[in-house]
Design a protein around this ligand. Structure first.
Ligand code: ADP
Ligand code: MG
Length: 587
């Protein structure tokens, strides 16, 4: 074998590992679920690879996961004969925290005031392979990638460095060996090498895994020595007791997505959700769908409780995995769900696709498009139900995913009404609760026929904006749209419930209280306005000229009460925030 090389972990990985090593995270059991989950993914990938690449010379007749234990030595090994990793894979995937959102995590870790707060972050971020360092003081990974001849051994104590070396005789697949921490350091640690404990953990966290999880178990059996066949006489030999070791399958491989919701326990869904999403939170909602007939498919979708760190980063991961008749095809199948619902996790198992299906084919596929339409509508109607019947859950959901959902208003014309119905906004009505558009309309003043809004960078900036003065003085509610995405969709949503959406920072907003006035009164008001304008014509004319480089026109305003002047955009011009966005994106 080649010389052992010692390498340093990246700074953020080191910080994370440190947290694992000294973890007081209450649910240390998670390590086993994470290792089994990774093994299962590796088996999925190998089966697909072997199917698609006929030149790959591997035996896929008995793909499985084994758990080996040595209680005396306090050693536990999780082994799979899946796809394995090359040396570069090991360095890239195991040696670095190859996750988008890591920088974000690091920032949050630095901000977390005490260790309990940082421990909470562990659960939030969902630490995969590194969770082993909660229970082990040395972790050894041995792996060989399917199709390659040389294997790789990786080892670390979770301190600043790891070692890596090439080994010629590694079996294909991956084994992760945990040298468990001494039992007396922590109660939770004492039985991780115990046969009953492992059985319990697998049952609890990994029962649905679609590959057999096996463990050698000892069983004592009592046998009577065989009788002599020829004479058929009973011998007087005493029965003897002996210990036999036999391989047992620990999981039932129950396929959750082919079951209806009432056949599955909520805890089973939770663990399945954690497996597919690589997250550690609870699902806020589980959606089980089944279609029979021409396009046969099953879907099991989850709305998480917590937004992942990378929800707004380019290289997000997760999403929905595609299976064809139980065979894994791909992760994060973008064709199955619109981008604005990228926080939805789960699986779709379609019966009639080819196992050789590619992303290019998927984009053209009628069946996939039909599934996408149905899933989208189903997710939106589910959110609507949550909004109606579980207001607190809806508030959580909206605070985590509202910004993503509003992206749908920009280009999902088909679902615009459904999207508007489930959306909530801040408003001048009540600083503490958000409002739906329907509720806003319900509070509109007699004669008000438009929905007023203001966009801006923060609630405070908007509240202090001169544009809002007259509205406040007259007690007219204004929606305060503070998300960058609000700038993008307001332009493409002209109305809700027959009421135009109107920016109070653009064009002329008519607040002259004409509504409810008689024709004479209106005429009078108009005359008064003209007189006022004539009186100030010299001033506005002069201002327009003096400010010619900066403004198009100066006019008298009905929208101010305290401020002497404000800047107003043309009805169809960009708002200042929008201009900033465009400038920032280089357009
Ligand atoms: P995640 O599973 O969320 O990607 P992990 O930390 O659990 O994060 O694993 C990191 C990566 O290491 C995996 O994405 C996978 O590519 C690789 N990996 C981990 N365990 C195995 C395994 N048993 N076989 C093959 N690859 C593995
Ligand atoms: Mg993992």
């Amino acid at each position: 074998s080649t010389p052992v090389e010692e390498r340093e972990f990246q700074a953020e990985t080191r910080q994370l590992l440190d947290l694992m090593v000294h973890s007081v995270y209450s649910n240390k059991d998670s390590f086993l679920r994470e290792l089994v989950s990774n093994a299962s993914d590796a088996l999925d990938k190998l089966r697909l690879e072997a199917y698609q690449n006929k030149d790959l010379d591997v035996d896929t007749s008995d793909l499985h996961i084994t758990i080996e234990r040595d209680p005396e030595a306090r050693v536990l090994t999780i082994r799979d004969n899946g796809i394995g990793m090359s040396r570069d894979d090991v360095v890239g995937l195991i040696g670095t925290l190859a996750r988008s959102g890591t920088a974000e995590l690091r920032k949050k870790l630095a901000e977390a005031k005490d260790s309990a707060a940082s421990q909470d972050l562990i659960g939030q971020f969902g630490i995969g392979f590194y969770s082993t360092f909660m229970v082990a003081d040395t972790v050894t990974l041995l792996t060989r990638k399917a199709g390659e001849t040389e294997g790789t051994k990786w080892e670390s104590t979770g301190a600043g460095t790891y070692t890596i070396e090439s080994v010629p005789d590694a079996p294909q697949g991956t084994s992760v060996t945990l040298h468990l921490k001494p039992a007396d350091t922590d109660d939770a640690l004492h039985d991780y090498a115990d046969d009953a404990k492992i059985r319990e953990l697998v049952k609890k966290y990994s029962d649905f895994i679609a590959w057999p999880i096996r463990m050698d178990v000892e069983r004592t059996e009592t046998v009577t020595p065989e009788t002599d066949d020829d004479t058929d006489e009973a011998t007087d030999a005493e029965p003897v007791t002996r210990t036999v070791v036999e391989s047992q399958q620990l999981n039932s491989m129950k396929a959750l997505w082919s079951k209806s919701k009432d056949e599955v326990e909520p805890e089973e869904y939770t663990e399945f959700y954690r497996h597919v999403s690589h997250a550690w939170d609870e699902p806020l909602e589980t959606i089980a769908l089944r279609a029979e007939g021409t396009f046969e498919y099953q879907a099991l979708l989850f709305i998480p409780t917590q937004a992942p760190f990378d929800l707004f980063m380019r290289e997000r991961n997760g999403g929905i995995s595609l299976y064809v008749k139980r065979v894994f095809i791909m992760d994060d199948c973008e064709e199955l769900i619109p981008e604005y619902l990228r926080f939805v996790k789960g699986v779709v198992d379609a019966a009639d696709l080819s196992l050789n299906v590619s992303r290019e084919i998927l984009q053209q596929d009628r069946q996939i498009r039909a599934i996408r339409r149905r899933l989208t509508k189903k997710v939106l109607s589910t959110i609507k139900d949550i909004q109606t019947s579980r207001p607190e859950d809806y508030t959580t959901l909206w605070s985590q995913f509202g910004r993503a959902i509003k992206e749908g208003l920009i280009n999902d014309q088909d679902n615009k009404d459904a999207l508007l119905a489930i959306s909530s906004f801040e408003s001048t009505n009540d600083p503490d609760t958000m409002t739906t558009l329907a509720d806003y309309v319900g509070r509109m003043k007699v004669g008000q026929d438009e929905i007023y809004y203001l966009t801006g960078e923060s609630r405070q900036a908007m509240e202090n904006s001169p544009h809002i003065e007259a509205f406040r003085a007259k007690g007219i509610e204004v929606l305060l749209l503070g998300d960058p995405v609000d700038e993008m969709w307001v332009g493409s949503v002209p109305e809700f419930d027959g009421k135009a959406l109107r920016s109070i920072a653009k064009g002329e907003v008519d607040l002259d209280d004409d509504a409810g006035k008689s024709d004479d009164e209106k005429k009078e008001a108009a005359t008064e306005r003209e007189e006022r304008e004539a009186k100030f014509a010299d001033l506005t004319g002069w201002l327009t000229e003096a400010l010619a480089d900066h403004v198009k026109e100066t006019r008298l305003s009905t929208r101010l009460t305290d401020s002497p002047a404000c800047l107003v955009g043309d009805t169809f011009s960009f708002s200042p925030q929008m201009e900033k966005l465009y400038r920032a994106s280089g357009q």
